[in-house]
Design a protein around this ligand. Sequence first.
Ligand SMILES: Cc1cc2nc3c(=O)[nH]c(=O)nc-3n(C[C@H](O)[C@H](O)[C@H](O)COP(=O)(O)O)c2cc1C
Length: 215
Amino acid sequence: MLDVEVITMTRIGIIIGSTRPERVGGTVGRWVADTVRRLGTDAIDLIDLAAVGLPFLDEPSEASTGVYVHEHTRAWARRIDALDAVVIVTAEYNGSFPAPLKNALDFLGPEWADLPAAIVAYGNTSSGSRAATALLPVLSGLAMVHAGSLLLGLRERRTDAGLTLMQRDEEMLGSLIDRLRRLTHARESRRTELPADRVLSAAGRRTDIAVGAVK
Ligand SMILES: Cc1cc2nc3c(=O)[nH]c(=O)nc-3n(C[C@H](O)[C@H](O)[C@H](O)COP(=O)(O)O)c2cc1C
């Protein structure tokens, strides 16, 4: 006999928002991914914008229409639509966040809507706070749900070995991911309680896995 239990799994995307060679973003992104992995069983999609390689926005229709003519946009839309939550890892460049990140956000519309988002920002003088602040109206414009921000000052964390993250960073990231997960689950249960015509876009974001046990 086959007992089937349905487990809802959270799929967390981690977007590395800087694309230059030798960037710190890769190290921070991998640290976030490792921490998420250590904290639980979430599926992770580590999204490196340098590898995604989107051109400058080249869609003829506004992203809010969800009408995309280019395959690179459709592939990007599928990748984001598969997520339940996202962590945006961002550098601070000239008091804001990097242009490739803005471009990647501008490419899509409905796929971002209602998606819980945490920010992990880093920088020198202001620890990424201006990048995180500049992201907030963008997230709001895209109807994303901000779960909180973690700021990392690079100066205190640079060592001969490269970037060394502190125990405190680990704890604060843990709390942020916990909040992101709780927000995701709260929104999921609310969505399942709503009548179908009140459910916003996010169909297809849940990953339901059937786990079978042979007795
Ligand atoms: C174009 C550029 C602009 C920068 N502007 C700032 C800034 O405004 N504030 C800050 O704290 N650090 C600034 N920095 C330093 C970066 O935060 C630091 O180099 C960081 O490593 C960049 O992230 P990345 O290595 O992932 O590209 C800037 C760096 C670059 C390359």
